[in-house]
Write a protein of this length. Structure first.
Length: 303
């Protein structure tokens, strides 16, 4: 089980993001994310070589076509990579790259331990045999969609974005294993949407209730239930009907609703006390669930 570990920071990446001319837009450095690292940036043309890391890198291109030259131990290649094209560099592989023009990108690193954990859940056999394959300019609509979800989580100033990022990271890892690895599809388990045992579910729900005002991530929820994060996310959705991060946000909004009804606290104070980063984020989630703002709801209740 991938437990709570140290924050995954830019210092643990290849160093590509520290090249001259990289203009960082937003990153997960200050989010406390431990299973993935993500950033968006504009990169000016450059050429450099990078030593292998244990962790998986995926670069998603977010601007029109640019020419990229890639060097890996098996050879060299040059391609024009369009919007939505991806470069995937597996852990354990040295590589070199030359980018021929300015480009906007989303970089995503996944911990090797995360990939191994997901592999143990979905593969028959030893996950140590798994090899993620390098890709150069390929399109994968599912990974693109999931990575854009990570980008959205980066933009959210909200602690609930952490379990959401964990959830997306595991979904991306599963896709890599199923579609971009050396493992035969015959070795994939048939993943049933089994319900979670009552005792495990109760422990998870109690942990979530006790953590409404605090940052909490998916591995911590899973640990409370005594499951791997991948098993937990799948079983939680099968049992509750919502992903863990969705349930967490729902309970925070419901808790805020009760406090609006029972107290004269300011909306901003209630937002912080219910785990939201600010009043605006609570208002957005509250309106999404109840169709009105917190202030309007309180006013209507007292008229």
């Amino acid at each position: 089980m991938l437990g709570v570990s140290s924050t995954f920071t830019i210092a643990q990446t290849h160093g590509m993001l520290r090249q001259p001319g990289v203009q960082m837009r937003v990153s997960s450095d200050d989010r406390g994310w431990s299973s993935i690292y993500a950033s968006t940036q504009r990169e000016l043309p450059f050429e450099a070589s990078f030593k292998a890391l244990d962790d998986q890198l995926i670069v998603l291109h977010l601007s029109p076509s640019v020419t990229v030259h890639r060097r890996i131990p098996k050879g060299e290649d040059t391609r024009v990579i369009p919007y939505g094209g991806m470069v995937m560099m597996p852990g354990g592989m040295d590589f070199g790259v030359r980018v021929g023009g300015a480009v906007r990108t989303l970089h995503l690193y996944l911990r090797r331990a995360l990939i191994s954990e997901v592999a143990a859940d979905i593969l028959v056999g030893d996950p140590a045999d798994l090899e993620i394959l390098p890709r150069f300019g390929d399109n994968d609509p599912l990974i693109e969609h999931l990575m854009l979800g990570v980008r959205d989580a980066l933009r959210e100033d909200d602690s609930a974005a952490t379990p959401y990022a964990d959830y997306l990271g595991r979904a991306i890892a599963a896709r890599l294993i199923r579609r971009h690895s050396s493992v035969s599809v015959t070795r994939h388990r048939h993943c049933l949407s089994e319900a979670m045992a009552d005792n495990r579910l109760n422990r998870a729900l109690e942990f979530i209730e006790a953590s409404l005002a605090q940052p909490v991530d998916l591995p911590a929820m899973a640990h409370a239930a005594g499951l791997s994060a991948s098993h937990f996310a799948r079983q939680f959705r099968a049992t509750i009907g919502k992903a863990p991060h969705q349930y967490l946000v729902q309970r925070r909004v419901e808790h805020a609703k009760r406090r609006l009804e029972a107290s004269d606290e300011g909306v901003a104070q209630i937002a912080f006390g219910c785990g939201f980063a600010n009043q605006e984020h609570l208002s957005r989630m509250f309106r999404r669930m109840y169709g009105v703002t917190p202030a309007a709801y309180r006013k209507a209740r007292r008229e």
